[in-house]
Design a protein around this ligand. Structure first.
Ligand code: LLP
Length: 463
């Protein structure tokens, strides 16, 4: 369909329905560096480039939808976290945000450690050559087989999540003649300012052992008694997409309080504390995330101050950012299929993916932005809702945004900041084939996770 054949005319920004969008941006062609990967820009023709490659070429070569990941940006962000925390702290990239063997190798090369939370994430890490001693193994219900695999591999730490798991890991380690380094994950009673489902340090939830009522202290008592365990520290993760450091401040205060109790009761000063991940990124221009060096400074100061007050040696700090490293480095490239103006409401723009490649909007009411990337346009802004092609009305990718009113089928649009928890939470709903992850760097593009094929799906369906 040609642009001029647009059926009922666009919905212009002059009459806007209710919604929580801000006013249309002054320049629809501008790309806010806060939400886009660092090597993104427009070339002379207005086509968005990333890693030196125009998205039109990426779409031609790899198809759409596709996740496009800026390798230089990923490495730079990983490095800035490592440099910010320095040699006296450890940065564990949280693999749940997005894990692939290429990513594991980049992390290894950039000197980061890795947090995995399933046996298959562990297998991915090991198969890409991550040294096991730089892997932390998480999870609230690790199977015996997973624990055995982790202990046999020699992972640097297992993060214990329940009383039963303390015994389970100890038995397995002993049966293998090993003493497994472990941390105990506690919940400190902090509810971080985030979506209810991703806040994790309040007590009424499945992760961790509550500090309240002396339960965490009891867990420590039991762990210290078991020969198969070497208790190296305490772990706390307070939630996700957090901008305000005050939650970490309270968490650090309470974790250090427990370290002091442990010293007083057992005469042992645990050498490490892990403050988890959860640092926020910009999904839209309204978000203002902190830089890694500010976060490192704030966390180190808090822990040092608390330890001085408790007369404890400052433990080695570790953190587990996932989203803050990979989130901003990728965008999802879609082709526009249908443009449907709904009189008096908004225009629905349907793309060739949807909730199967980004469930976050449906699940968390997450906000995203979108841009026309195969060209620029001087047309007026129109209020759009970007939706997928799935059989569900909640199949929304971007709830409210503005795109140029001459948007037409065949145009490429991109949703930035989809590097974290989009591919890793992708599904085969409606037998959608999960999109590839294409890494770009220095004018070259390569597939690091290939697109699923019909054969992949049918192979699982054994009749
Ligand atoms: N460490 C632990 C123990 C965690 O549970 C998590 C995330 C992280 C680190 C990494 O958090 P990050 O820095 O990436 O926020 N699917 C949700 C997020 C769930 C996060 C679960 N745990 C989302 O799409 O927002």
């Amino acid at each position: 369909m040609s642009r001029s054949a647009h059926p009922a005319g666009p919905r212009h920004a002059d009459v806007l329905p209710e919604g929580h969008y801000s006013a249309p941006p002054a320049d629809l062609n501008a790309l806010d560096p806060k939400v886009w990967a660092r090597t993104v820009g427009r070339d002379g023709d207005g086509v968005l480039n990333v890693g030196g490659i125009p998205v039109t070429r990426l779409a031609e070569e790899f198809g759409t939808p596709a996740y496009v990941l800026d390798e230089a940006d990923f490495r730079a962000r990983a490095r800035s976290w490592r440099d910010a925390f320095g040699a006296d702290a450890d940065v564990f990239y949280a693999g749940k945000a997005f894990l692939s063997r290429a990513v594991v190798r980049w992390l290894d090369e950039e000197g980061l450690n890795l947090d995995v939370c399933s046996g298959t994430e562990l297998a991915t890490a090991l198969s890409a050559g991550m040294p096991p001693e730089r892997i932390a193994f998480h999870g609230n219900n690790k199977s015996e087989a997973e624990i055995r695999r982790a202990v046999e591999a020699g992972v640097g730490r297992i993060v214990l999540d329940s009383f039963q798991e303390i015994v389970r890991v100890a038995h397995i380690a002993e049966s293998l003649g090993k003493r497994q380094p472990v941390q105990i994950r506690i919940t400190v009673g902090v509810e971080a300012h985030t979506h209810e489902f991703i806040a994790t340090a309040h007590e009424d939830q499945k992760f961790g052992i509550p500090l309240a009522g002396g339960q965490a202290a009891e867990a420590v008592r039991r762990a210290l008694r078991l020969d198969g365990l070497e208790l190296i520290g305490i772990h706390s993760h307070i939630g996700s997409q957090i901008f305000d450091m005050s939650g970490f401040e309270v968490a650090a205060h309470r974790v250090v309080g427990l370290l002091r109790e442990i010293r007083d009761e057992h005469g042992v000063e645990l050498p490490e504390i892990d403050l988890g991940g959860g640092l926020g990124i910009a999904y839209t221009s309204d978000d203002d995330p902190r830089e890694p060096h500010e976060i490192a400074k704030a966390l180190t100061e808090i822990v040092t101050r608390e330890c001085e007050a408790a007369r404890l040696r400052t433990p080695r700090i570790s953190v587990e950012p996932g989203r803050a490293i990979v989130g901003p480095t990728a965008f999802t490239l879609y082709e526009v299929g249908t443009v449907k103006p709904l009189e008096g409401l908004r225009t629905y723009v349907s793309v060739d993916g949807g909730m199967s490649d980004n469930i976050r909007t449906a699940l968390y009411d997450a906000e995203y932005t979108v841009a026309l990337v195969s060209r620029t346009s001087d047309a007026a802004p129109m209020l759009v809702r970007v939706v997928g092609k799935h059989c569900e009305s909640g199949d929304i990718v971007v709830k409210d945004a503005f795109l140029p009113a001459d948007l037409a089928p065949g145009d490429l649009i991109a949703v930035p900041a989809t590097g974290a928890y989009c591919r890793s939470m992708a599904s085969n709903y409606n037998h959608a084939l999960r999109p590839p992850v294409v890494a770009v760097a220095d004018g070259a593009a390569r597939v690091i996770v290939r697109r699923e094929t019909e054969e992949d799906l049918l192979r699982l369906d054994v009749g």
